[in-house]
Design a binder for this molecule. Structure first.
Ligand SMILES: [Zn+2]
Length: 243
């Protein structure tokens, strides 16, 4: 394993190419579903390439209203590496206590806790509320994916939650401050593929991970190799693997 992409999706039209790249580059992909269809498809893909893909199944906040009551989740979670991408995001639909987002988020945290699986959390615009809700559940690992809130960072670090930095680190001053201020033993790297990054020419995919590691080494004033190796070990610790 040369590097880990700790958060991405394999439901885009370039998923096959991404998998081929990962296999040839020696990358390990922590891939997430966003609903039942993508979670089940991902589980199938992971069966065929389990040395490359660690599958996370779940309902993204954008799909919570459509999914309703995800009864399929329990069985899918038992067979997966973890639960994700789950969380709260008021951009998509109401994220308050009485809404579908909160109900589905809580249901998934309960299943993850009971089955002992790590979770990948999307918290855009609801970082503080996500942290409050997470505190009510015992899950073996939490990744606050693409955390952009400098206010939420200290609490996340204090609880030993991981944060993942992606290609936006190449140009975002705020993410560079988060990179410099986060506990180095809790930082992971992600591409969030197939998200394209306009400021760097619309490039996307796990091939960006070494560039993110390079920018991280610059932000922290630490050698590139050391940063990449540490992020790999952090990622395996999040997954519950030794290395
Ligand atoms: Zn994502």
């Amino acid at each position: 394993m040369r590097f880990v992409d700790s958060h991405l999706h394999l439901d885009g039209d370039d998923a096959d190419a991404t998998l081929r790249f990962a296999a040839s580059a020696g990358a390990l992909l922590f891939a997430c579903g966003v609903d039942r269809r993508t979670s089940e498809a991902l589980s199938k893909r992971a069966e065929a390439s389990h040395d490359v893909v660690a599958p996370f199944v779940g309902v993204h906040p954008s799909e919570a209203e459509k999914e309703g009551d995800p009864a399929w989740l329990e069985g899918a979670t038992a067979r997966a590496s973890g639960v994700g991408e789950i969380g709260l995001d008021p951009t998509y639909s109401p994220a308050g206590d009485d809404g579908a987002q909160m109900r589905v988020f809580r249901r998934q945290l309960e299943v993850a806790g009971r089955l002992g699986k790590p979770v990948q959390v999307h918290s855009r615009g609801a970082e503080a509320r996500c942290l409050e809700v997470l505190a009510e559940y015992k899950v073996p690992g939490v990744l606050m994916h693409w955390l952009e809130s400098e206010e939420a960072l200290p609490a996340a670090m204090e609880r030993g939650y991981f944060v993942s930095l992606g290609p936006a680190l190449l140009y975002s001053k705020r993410l560079q401050r988060i990179a410099a201020g986060a506990d180095p033993s809790l930082i992971l790297l992600e591409s969030d593929s197939p998200v394209p990054y306009a400021p760097i020419g619309g490039v996307r995919g796990p091939m960006l991970i070494p560039s993110v590691a390079f920018r991280l080494s610059e932000a922290r004033g630490e050698p590139f190799e050391e940063v990449l190796t540490r992020c790999n070990l952090n990622a395996l610790r999040f997954l519950g693997r030794k290395g």
